[in-house]
Design a protein around this ligand. Structure first.
Ligand code: SF4
Length: 907
C-alpha cells in the first residue's frame, strides 16, 4: 500500500472518530479544508464512510484552535509564551510537586483520540520514570468493562474475532449497541450480510433505536438485566444439548459454578422473562435462535460497558460463547465494539491505570520485565487511580498536579459539575489540546499546550478488530502546534529522563512499542507486533493496515484467537465467571421515578469540539433533547416539542422534549454531546451518578434515577451570526454550526425590549428591524455588503420565523433586493421551500422533502434514493428513511402511533 493514492493524489489516513477505524483519502484544498472520501483499499470500510467521516473536510478550520503555548500569569489571565518557557515552567512545577508530595500526587488523564505513539510515551513517563500508575484515560468511560471481562475470562484483553465474522455470521446479536448510529459502517456491513446471506439480527436494548429497526427480533430489556438474559441463555444451552462439551472440557474451567449461578438467577424461560421484563415468547425465540445457530457473533458496546455491573454483563455473554465453543471461528465469536478511534491502541500501550504496558499487568514478573526493557529507574509497582477515583482524589486535594491530553473530562465524567469544580483545586493543571476553549480548559488550566490535530499529526491507531492503521498528516501544522509524543518527551527531558525519551519521530516511538510487545514474549502474551519492530521510516510511512498479533517470523497472519483454546491464563484455559445477581446500584423513588439513560446521536462525536464545527452535521439534531415515552410524558405533564427540566441527585438540565414510543416506559434518554460551550443547560454528564463497576471502574451512565417536569417559555426564536455571540444569561440557547457562521436556537421569558437592546449591542452595520412587542414579535437583521451579518428572530412558540429559510439566506451571501425585503417575514419564499430538519446529512435532504417524496410514491429507501439521492452515500440515514416510510404507511392506514418524532426547531 502507498501512503498516497496515486490516482487521486490523496493521503491515506484513518478516521478520527469511532472504533470502526475507517480508511480515509484526504486532499487538502488549499483553503483550510480538505476533500475526503473513503479508502476503497482499507479492509475496515472498503471505501465507505458514515456521515461523520464524510464531513471531516468541514472540521479543519482554525477559528477555535489553540495555536500557541499559553501560561496563566499573576493577574489571572492567560499569556502566550515560547514553547521552551511553557515546558520549563511546567516541568519545574511538576518536579517540585513530585519531590514534595511524592509521585502519587501527580496524574495524567489521556484520551482515546491520542495516537498510540502519544499514549506510549505518556505511559512510559508516568509508570516507568515518575513512578506512579496514575495514568488513566477517557477510555475508562468507554470500554473498561470489556477489558476487565476479557481479562477475567481469557487471561488477557483479547478481542477474539475480526470484522470478516460480521460477513460470515448467520446470527448477529447486538447488545446495548446502537450500531446504526454509533458504528454505522459496520452496521451497513451487517445489513449487507442480512441481505446477501440472510443473516438474522437480534437487538437487545432498553431503547428501540434505529438499529432495532432492522432487527428480526428486538428485545427491549429492562435496564441492567443483560446478565440475567445471558444467564438464562446459558441455562437453556445446557438444557437443550447445545453445549460444546469437548471445548468446555479441554479449554475452560469453572463451567459448573457458572451454570449453577445461571440457574439460580434465571433458571427457565419464565424466570428470565420475569427478570428482564420481556415476554416469554420473545425470550424463547431468542434462546432458540442462539441455540440452533453455530455461526453467531454477539456484539456489545456501551449499553453493556457503561454500567456498575458492566464486567459481569460482559462475562455473562462470554460464558455463552465459551460454552458453545463459538469463539475465534469464522462467523462465530463475541465481539466488543470499541467506541473511540484509538481506545484499543491505548489498551495496547497500558494507558489504563490498572495495566502496566503492552498488555502486561502489575505482576512481579511483568513489572521486572518492563523495568528492564525501559531501564526504568522507579517503575510503578501497583495500579493507579482510575478516572472517577482520580477526580475524587483531586477533589480531596491528594492529587495536586494533573495533565489532561486531548479530552474534556469536565463534560464527560459522571457527576461532571463536581469533577469540574475539583479541577479548580489543582496546584498545577496542564492541558494539551487542539481547541482554545472548552469546559475543561475554562475550568482554570494553568498551562495550555497546542497539540497537532487530525490531518496534521502522524502515527498509528488500532480499531475494534485489532487492526493497526496509519493516521498520516496531509496539512501543515498551524501556529506552533506539536505532536503529543514530542510534548511529553520534552517534559521528560526536563524532568531528567532525556536518554529514555530521545525520540525524533513517531516511527521511532512505534518501533520501541513494537519491540516491547515482543520482549521476552514466547507466546505468553497476546499482544505481539514484533514483526514491526524494525520497520524503516519509509516502511512505517507506507505501512498497510495490519491485524495484530504480528509476530516476528509469522508466515501467516493470525486473524482470530481461541478457536483451539490457548488462553492467556496460567493453565491456558478460559475461565467461566459466575456473575453476581444483577442489581442496579440505585433505586428509583417517588421523587425520582424514572431512570436517565445517556448516549450518542448519529451525527455528533463526544463533546463536539470537532464534529460541532461542521454545518452539515449540525443539521440532523441541532438541539439538546430528552426522549420520553408518551405515558411518562402525560404523567409528567411534558409535551413533545416543549421544554423540560431533568433532575437527578447530581444536577439538572433544561432540554427540548421528544415524546417517543421508541423510549421504554420509566426511562429517559439524553445525548451526551452538549457542553457549556454549545448550550446553556445541557451538560448531561452532570446528571449522571458517579457509581462504578467494582472490577472495571467504569461508571454507570445508563440508569441514574431522575425526575422530569415541564418548563414553559413564552418566546422561541433563533439568531445567526458570522461570529460567536455572547447570549443574555437568562436565555435558553443551543449553538450549532451553520454555513457561513454560527446558529443559535433560543427560548426565553424575558421581555422583547431586552432582546432588542441586546441585538443592537452585538450587531454592527446596517440594521433592519420589525417590531410588534404587543404581538410578541421582534425580528432584526444587520447587513454588510448585502449579506446578513447578524439576525435575530424572536416570537411566540409557533411563530418565530422559519429557521431553515433564514439559514439558507444567511448561507447564500449577498441577498437580492427581494430577498432582503422579505427576510424579516421569516417565511418561505419561491425557491427556498423549507426542507425541514435534515435527515440525509451527505446530500442535505430534509424530512419535509423526504415525506413529500414518500407521499408522491417513493415506497422504499431505494426509490427515495433514486428520486432525492438521500441515503445513497454513507447509508447512515437509511434507518430513519425506513422509519419515515413506516410512519407514512401508518398514517395511510390510520395506525400512526405518533406522527411527529422530533421537530427540531422553532417552526
Ligand atoms: S463509521 Fe464513521 S465515524 Fe466510524 S470510523 Fe467510519 S467514518 Fe469514522
Amino acid at each position: 500500500m502507498t501512503a498516497v493514492d496515486p490516482a487521486l493524489r490523496a493521503t491515506r489516513t484513518t478516521c478520527p472518530y469511532c472504533g470502526v477505524g475507517c480508511g480515509v483519502l484526504a486532499t487538502a484544498d488549499g483553503r483550510g479544508g480538505a476533500a475526503v472520501s473513503g479508502d476503497p483499499e482499507h479492509p475496515a470500510n472498503f471505501g465507505r464512510l458514515c456521515s461523520k467521516g464524510s464531513a471531516l473536510g468541514e472540521t479543519l478550520g482554525l477559528e477555535e484552535r489553540l495555536l500557541y503555548p499559553m501560561v496563566r500569569v499573576s493577574n489571572g489571565s492567560m499569556e502566550r509564551v515560547a514553547w521552551t518557557d511553557a515546558l520549563d515552567h511546567f516541568a519545574h512545577r511538576f518536579a517540585h510537586i513530585i519531590k514534595r508530595d511524592g509521585p502519587g500526587a501527580v496524574a495524567f488523564y489521556l484520551s482515546g483520540q491520542l495516537l498510540t505513539e502519544d499514549y506510549y510515551v505518556a505511559n512510559k513517563l508516568m509508570k516507568g520514570f515518575i513512578g506512579s500508575a496514575n495514568v488513566d484515560t477517557n477510555s475508562r468511560l468507554c470500554m473498561a468493562s470489556s477489558v476487565a471481562g476479557h481479562r477475567r475470562a481469557f487471561g488477557a484483553d483479547t478481542v477474539p474475532g475480526c470484522y470478516e465474522d460480521l460477513d460470515e455470521a448467520d446470527l448477529l446479536v447486538l447488545v446495548g449497541s446502537n450500531a446504526a448510529w454509533c458504528h454505522p459502517v459496520l452496521f451497513q456491513r451487517m445489513l449487507a450480510n442480512k441481505q446477501k446471506r440472510g443473516a438474522r439480527i437480534v437487538v437487545i436494548d432498553p431503547r428501540r433505536t434505529d438499529t432495532a429497526g432492522d432487527a428480526d427480533l428486538f428485545l427491549g430489556v429492562k435496564p441492567g438485566t443483560d446478565t440475567a438474559l445471558f444467564s438464562g441463555l446459558l441455562e437453556h444451552l445446557a438444557d437443550t444439548g447445545a453445549l460444546d462439551h469437548d471445548y468446555i472440557e479441554s479449554h475452560t474451567s469453572g463451567f459448573e459454578d457458572a451454570l449453577a449461578r445461571a440457574r439460580s438467577m434465571a433458571g427457565s424461560v419464565g424466570a428470565t422473562a420475569l427478570a428482564t421484563g420481556l415476554s416469554e415468547q420473545d425470550v424463547a425465540a431468542f434462546f432458540r435462535m442462539f441455540g440452533s445457530t453455530t455461526r453467531v457473533v454477539t456484539l456489545y458496546s456501551q449499553g453493556v460497558n457503561q454500567s456498575a455491573q458492566g464486567t459481569d454483563k460482559v462475562n455473562a455473554i462470554l460464558n455463552c460463547h465459551l460454552a458453545t465453543g463459538r469463539i475465534g471461528k469464522p462467523g462465530a465469536s463475541p465481539f466488543s465494539l470499541t467506541g473511540q478511534p484509538n481506545a484499543m491502541g491505548g489498551r495496547e500501550v497500558g494507558g489504563l491505570a490498572n495495566q502496566l504496558a503492552a498488555h502486561m499487568g502489575f505482576t512481579p514478573p511483568d513489572i521486572d520485565r518492563v523495568r528492564r526493557f525501559w531501564k526504568a529507574p522507579r517503575i510503578a509497582t501497583h495500579e493507579g487511580l482510575k478516572a472517577v477515583q482520580m477526580f475524587e482524589a483531586i477533589a480531596r486535594g491528594e492529587v495536586k498536579a494533573l495533565w489532561v491530553m486531548g479530552t474534556n473530562p469536565a463534560v464527560s465524567l459522571p457527576d461532571a459539575d463536581v469533577a469540574r469544580a475539583a479541577l479548580k483545586k489543582l496546584e498545577l493543571f496542564v492541558i494539551s489540546e487542539n481547541v482554545a476553549s472548552n469546559d475543561t480548559v475554562n475550568a482554570g488550566a494553568h498551562v495550555l499546550l497546542p497539540a497537532q490535530a487530525w490531518g496534521e499529526k502522524s502515527g498509528t491507531v488500532t480499531n475494534s478488530e485489532r487492526r493497526i492503521s496509519r493516521q498520516r498528516a496531509f496539512l501543515k501544522p498551524p501556529g506552533e502546534a506539536k505532536p503529543d509524543w514530542w510534548i511529553v518527551s520534552e517534559v521528560a527531558k526536563r524532568l531528567g529522563f532525556g536518554a529514555a525519551f530521545a525520540f525524533n519521530s513517531a516511527a521511532e516511538v512505534f518501533r520501541e512499542h513494537a519491540a516491547l510487545s515482543a520482549f521476552e514474549n514466547s507466546g505468553g502474551r497476546d499482544f505481539d507486533i514484533g514483526a514491526l519492530k524494525s520497520l524503516s521510516d519509509e516502511a512505517f510511512d507506507t505501512m498497510a493496515p495490519v491485524l495484530w498479533p504480528h509476530r516476528l517470523g509469522d508466515t501467516e497472519p493470525q486473524q482470530r484467537f481461541f478457536a483451539d483454546g490457548g488462553f492467556y491464563s496460567n493453565d491456558h484455559k478460559a475461565r467461566f465467571i459466575a456473575p453476581e445477581v444483577p442489581a442496579l446500584r440505585t433505586e428509583t423513588t417517588a421523587g425520582r421515578p424514572l431512570r436517565l439513560n445517556t448516549g450518542r446521536i448519529r451525527d455528533q462525536w463526544h463533546t463536539m469540539t470537532r464534529s460541532g464545527s461542521s454545518p452539515r452535521l449540525g443539521q440532523h439534531l441541532p438541539e439538546p433533547f430528552v426522549e420520553i415515552h408518551p405515558d411518562d410524558a402525560s404523567k409528567s405533564g411534558v409535551a413533545d416539542g416543549g421544554f423540560a427540566r431533568v433532575i437527578t441527585d447530581y444536577g439538572q438540565s433544561l432540554l427540548r422534549v421528544v415524546v417517543s414510543e421508541r423510549q421504554q416506559r420509566g426511562m429517559l434518554f439524553a445525548p451526551i454531546h452538549w457542553s457549556g460551550e454549545t448550550a446553556s443547560s445541557a451538560r448531561v454528564g452532570a446528571l449522571v451518578a458517579p457509581f462504578t463497576d467494582p472490577f472495571s471502574g467504569q461508571p454507570e451512565n445508563k440508569a441514574t434515577p431522575a425526575s422530569i417536569m415541564p418548563y414553559e417559555y413564552v418566546f422561541r426564536g433563533f439568531a445567526l451570526s458570522r461570529t460567536q455571540l455572547k447570549l443574555p444569561d437568562h436565555a435558553w440557547w443551543a449553538r450549532v454550526a451553520v454555513t457561513g457562521g454560527h446558529g443559535y436556537l433560543l427560548a426565553d421569558n424575558a421581555d422583547l425590549g431586552g432582546w432588542q437592546a441586546w441585538l443592537r449591542s452585538v450587531a454592527g452595520g446596517d440594521l433592519a428591524e420589525y417590531r410588534d412587542f404587543g404581538g410578541g414579535v421582534y425580528r432584526a437583521a444587520s447587513f454588510a455588503r448585502d449579506q446578513i451579518e447578524t439576525c435575530l428572530f424572536m416570537g411566540p412558540a409557533r411563530d418565530a420565523g422559519d429557521w431553515n429559510v433564514v439559514k439558507t439566506l444567511f448561507a447564500i451571501g449577498a441577498l437580492s433586493d427581494d430577498q432582503r425585503r422579505t427576510l424579516l417575514s421569516g417565511k418561505s419564499m419561491d425557491g427556498l421551500a423549507n426542507a425541514g430538519p435534515i435527515v440525509c446529512a451527505c446530500f442535505g435532504v430534509g424530512r419535509t422533502t423526504i415525506s413529500d417524496g414518500i407521499a408522491a410514491g417513493a415506497a422504499s429507501t431505494a426509490e427515495i434514493g433514486a428520486r432525492l439521492k438521500a441515503g445513497t452515500n454513507c447509508g447512515s440515514c437509511i434507518p430513519e428513511l425506513k422509519r419515515l416510510i413506516a410512519q407514512a404507511d401508518a398514517v395511510g392506514n390510520g395506525t400512526d402511533p405518533q406522527r411527529r418524532q422530533f421537530a427540531a426547531v422553532t417552526n
